[in-house]
Design a protein around this ligand. Structure first.
Ligand code: GDP
Length: 521
């Protein structure tokens, strides 16, 4: 299905996007079981449970530790390697979640059949859309009462502005669920695990497999559905304009193999990655990759970090020297980590689409690229405007230096963003999720021995600003001095009291561009 020159093994590098409770953990577990990593199943479950206990630091720490090993899960199915990148759920929602989606080639969107599209699904979907990430939809929990397939598909089409192509059709839902009809494959999947070929909907065999009522309803619905929705078009799927819709139950392991087959047969091989001046093709010689996530290691006593690099081209071999963008420094990667679901293994080689963990002491930052030759600049690795801004107040004012160092480190890790206001010396931290603030305070206290409080700030949101002409920038900055700040790279940022303030100011400043995302260069 995918055209690759010989020699380079294929990959499916994907993420699951969903709202909490839609069944992501359960589905992940079933995918890993299908991929033979059975003994991890319990671990995934355990993670699901600990994740729910939020504010207790030990638990956050525990979860962070575990998520180092489970942020990437590699499994094999049918001779093909799948890299599943975890996007942390609701409570631990942070920029990490967004950025992980820059490292995948496709996504599976899991929707609860009763709840349909929820807030978090939509947020994550928008990030996928920024990069035209192709999405396969899996409507989960068909074993429970849910909305009608029409309702669900119309909702996806309307709310996400995507064409939908039904690939499976449930014969009833909840108590009336009797199986799944494979629209293109002309097969009936029955709950006891049987798969029966049928010769279209008129095949009388359907009447022997289903109750009279279910058969009649299925015939009517599929006819309407197939007529009413578009047929699957792979080009449209690959461009992010169409989503094929599958149904199933992760809990009952029903419809899961079909989902894996869809990933195998429809989802893209490692795609060229956006870069300046030209995209980097996976077939290009020479190793290139970018860091999309940095995570402190499990032991908080050691300042070790693991940088997660997505390999974009070339064949990576252990011990290779790679040049870091920005600094131009060569880094020898002696003990890269691969993430086979059973264990963290030291990688000897890796290919485009693979994720390797690079232990380091803080030299690698999110957005950095690494290359065998001349460093490349990957584009589209944005920072996102924070939705919560707080002032940092030191309890012991002699610890200013330690605080600066700590905030520098933590902003490199992507735990928070730090802004330096033009007026005053108090730093502002910005996050997209509340849990990031809790993590910040705990880590300041435990790792950096800095006792700090977070206080309300007069600002609600931030925008990176840019102009075409330097005088315009200078004029804007002097006019709005009390709302100006710089981010950690020295880029100018406008702090707005609220959206009204933002709209008002931006409306009056036509030569200034306000951006809710910032690309690292
Ligand atoms: P996550 O928050 O998205 O990771 O969701 P989980 O996988 O933890 O699932 C949330 C709840 O839904 C758990 O109680 C699961 O047992 C349940 N669940 C998951 N999949 C299914 C399914 O297919 N059918 C039913 N009935 N329950 C499910």
């Amino acid at each position: 299905m995918n055209d690759r020159p010989t020699g380079r093994p294929d990959r499916r590098t994907f993420a699951i996007i969903s709202h909490p409770d839609a069944g992501k953990t359960t589905l992940t577990e079933k995918l890993l079981i299908a991929g033979g990593a059975i003994h991890l199943a319990g671990e995934v479950k355990a993670r699901g449970q600990t994740r729910r206990a939020r504010s207790d630091w030990m638990k956050i720490e525990q979860q962070r530790g575990i998520s180092v090993t489970s942020s990437v899960m590699t499994f094999e199915y049918d001779g093909l390697t799948f890299n599943l990148l975890d996007t942390p759920g609701h409570e631990d929602f942070s920029e990490d979640t967004y950025r992980t989606l820059t490292a995948v080639d496709s996504a599976v969107m899991v929707i609860d059949a009763a709840r349909g599209i929820e807030a978090q699904t939509r947020k994550l979907f928008e990030v996928c859309r920024l990069r035209s990430v192709p999405i396969i939809t899996f409507v989960n929990k068909v074993d429970r009462e849910g909305r009608s397939p029409f309702d669900l598909m119309d909702q996806i089409a309307d709310q996400l502005a995507l064409d939908v192509a039904p690939m499976m059709w449930p014969a009833g839902l909840g108590g009336e669920f009797e199986g799944l009809y494979d629209v293109a494959g002309q097969r009936m999947l029955l709950p006891e695990g049987r798969v029966e070929p049928v010769d279209g909907l008129d095949d009388p065999k359907l009447d022997t497999m289903l109750s009279e009522r279910a058969a009649a309803r299925l015939r009517e619905e599929v006819e309407l559905g197939v007529g009413g929705y578009a047929a699957f078009d792979r080009a449209k799927y690959l461009s992010g304009d169409m989503t094929p819709v599958y149904f199933g139950s992760a809990l009952r392991d029903f419809g899961v193999p079909e989902l894996i087959h869809a990933l195998r047969d429809l989802a893209p091989s490692p795609r060229p990655q956006p870069a300046d001046p030209a995209p980097i093709s996976p077939d290009q010689d020479g190793v290139t990759g970018f860091v999309f996530k940095v995570q402190a290691n499990m032991n908080p006593q050691h300042r070790d970090r693991v940088a997660f690099m997505r390999l974009c081209s070339g064949k990576f071999r252990r011990g290779m020297k790679l040049n870091q963008s920005g600094t131009g420094k060569a880094i020898a990667v002696h003990s890269p980590i691969l993430f086979f679901a059973q264990s963290r293994e030291v990688a000897d080689e890796a290919w485009p689409g693979d994720i390797i963990g690079i232990p380091n002491h803080g030299t690698l930052r999110v957005g950095d690229s690494l290359a065998e030759g001349t460093p490349v600049v990957f584009t589209g690795l944005p920072n996102f405007a924070p939705e919560i801004l707080r002032r940092v107040q030191l309890v012991d004012p002699t610890k200013t230096k330690q605080l600066r160092k700590a905030l520098d480190d933590l902003s490199e890790e992507g735990v928070v963003q730090v802004f330096h206001p033009a007026i005053g010396s108090q730093m502002i931290v910005g996050v997209v999720g509340q849990l990031q603030l809790e993590v910040l305070i705990s880590r300041l206290e435990h790792e950096y021995k800095v006792d700090a409080r977070l206080e309300p700030s007069p600002w609600d949101t931030a925008r990176w600003i840019a102009t075409d002409a330097a005088p315009d920038m200078a004029a804007f900055q002097s006019q709005h001095r009390s709302a100006m700040a710089t981010d950690r790279d020295g880029q100018p940022v406008f702090l707005a009291k609220d959206l009204w303030d933002l709209n008002f100011v931006s409306g009056r400043s036509p030569t200034v561009r306000f951006s809710a995302t910032k690309e690292r260069v």
